[in-house]
Each structure stands twice: as structure tokens, then as C-alpha cells.
Design a protein. Structure first.
Length: 254
């Protein structure tokens, strides 16, 4: 595994000597250590590897490197971070250039993302709850949480993750995979469900449906608020109420 991790740096475009310096001298000798590097830390790491070092008596010559090697290393760290967010176990053999480069657009979009303002929030339509549900789910599928995971993962129906390391090609894109597989037992989730609460409370505070959202106010649990609201209007209880009302109407007709 250690030798394979060193090869990741060579695949990124570093010379064998530079890869050894990253691995041995700087101690970035495992994928978890690479995964936590920020773009700035990669920049600083490359500066250290490139420049002269050591002492006057024992100078250590720096290592030449291509710009693409540094950029590829940033993408590798970002890709590994994405895999961690969806609870995927990754081996060095899976850290491929084509795979890493495929997430460049998402990384750039994450960097450019701005939080939505209240005017962007869906409007509650109490005459059409299926449509309102669809709009809110779609909206949360465009909003990023604390660690750049789409907030729709907070309200997904199933809390647990798929059993086993489910196939990568099972999902229609990275966004769908993250919504289905992001963890619900992390600090980020606690922060994200509060963020969903803040959005959800602004959407519903002045509407009649606030009655069914308010119980989640004390804990600021956006997941609970979402499911309490739509369980009331679209869940089994609502179906029973509609059926009873229909029976009553029919009875009156007779």
C-alpha cells in the first residue's frame, strides 16, 4: 500500500525523486493524509519540494516539477475528499488521472457557489402539496451544505447507506450519489440539518402549514420539519383523512 501511494504522486506528474520527497520527507505517505490537504497546503508543499533545503554543509537540492503535477495533486486531494463524503473505501490503484479530472467542474462550481437569498426560496403553494414538495426537494438539490454536500441529502427518505460498496455507475451523476450516500452521523450533518431548518422556517413561517413545522423549532431540525410537514399533507394520515371525507360526502349524498 505504501509503495502504491508513492506511485500516485508519479501518476500526478511528479518525478520519482519528487514523489519520494513528498512521501518520505514530508510524510504524506497515505491516502488519508493526502485527502485532507487544501489547495493552499498543496501549493506550500510543492514550494517546499521545489526549493533548495538542508544546511550550508549539507545542501539538499530541490526538485523540478510541472505545473500539471501540482494541479493534479490538488484534484487528487479533492477527489479523495469527495469519496470520503460518500463513505467509499479507495485504494491507490483507483486514483487515476481521468477519474480525478472528472471532478474538476464540480470543484470549480463549489468554489464559485454563493448561498441562496430568501427571494430564491420556493413559495409554499397550499393548493398543490405534491408540487410544493417537488420544488423544495429540487431546491435543496442545488444548495451546498457545510462541507459542499448538496442539502437534499438531509431530507432523503432513507437514513442508512446502501449495503456494501455499491457500484459507482449506479447513480446518474456525482450529485445523485452524494445525496444518497452522504453520512447522517457526522458533525457536518448536524450543521446541515440546522441550515435546512433555517431555510424551511423562512419558507413556512407566514403560512398556515407552520403549525406542522413548528414542533422542530426547538431542535432546529430541518429534516424533522420537512418530514412532519409532508407526512401531514402527503402521508398515510392525509390519505386516510381524504378517504374519510370522501365517504362522508358520499353518505350525505344518499
Amino acid at each position: 500500500m505504501n509503495a502504491a501511494t508513492r506511485e500516485v504522486y508519479v501518476h500526478c506528474g511528479f518525478t520519482v525523486a519528487a514523489a519520494a520527497a513528498i512521501f518520505d520527507d514530508q510524510g504524506i505517505d497515505s491516502l488519508p493524509k493526502l485527502r485532507i490537504l487544501t489547495d493552499l497546503e498543496v501549493e506550500n508543499l510543492c514550494k517546499v519540494i521545489r526549493r533548495l533545503g538542508g544546511s550550508v554543509q549539507n545542501p539538499i537540492e530541490g526538485h523540478a516539477m510541472l505545473l500539471r503535477a501540482k494541479n493534479n495533486l490538488k484534484l487528487a486531494a479533492y477527489w479523495l475528499c469527495q469519496q470520503d463524503k460518500v463513505a467509499r473505501v479507495v485504494t491507490p490503484a483507483q486514483v487515476l488521472l481521468d477519474t480525478m479530472r472528472a471532478v474538476r467542474a464540480k470543484r470549480d462550481a463549489d468554489a464559485a457557489y454563493k448561498n441562496p437569498i430568501t427571494a430564491d426560496f420556493p413559495v409554499i403553494n397550499d393548493k398543490d402539496w405534491p408540487k410544493t414538495n417537488e420544488l423544495i426537494v429540487r431546491f435543496l438539490g442545488t444548495c451546498l451544505g457545510e462541507t459542499k454536500i448538496l442539502l437534499a441529502y438531509v431530507i432523503r427518505e432513507t437514513v442508512g447507506l446502501p449495503e456494501g460498496n455499491d457500484p459507482l455507475n449506479q447513480y446518474a451523476g456525482r450529485a445523485k450519489e452524494m445525496i444518497r450516500c452522504a453520512l447522517h452521523d457526522s458533525k457536518a450533518f448536524e450543521l446541515d440539518r440546522k441550515k435546512v431548518w433555517e431555510m424551511f422556517s423562512k419558507m413556512t413561517k407566514e403560512a398556515d402549514c407552520w403549525t406542522y413545522v413548528k414542533p422542530a423549532q426547538r431542535t432546529q431540525d430541518g429534516r424533522a420539519a420537512f418530514h412532519m410537514l409532508f407526512d401531514h399533507y402527503l402521508g398515510a394520515n392525509n390519505v386516510n383523512n381524504i378517504a374519510l371525507e370522501a365517504d362522508f360526502t358520499l353518505a350525505k349524498g344518499h
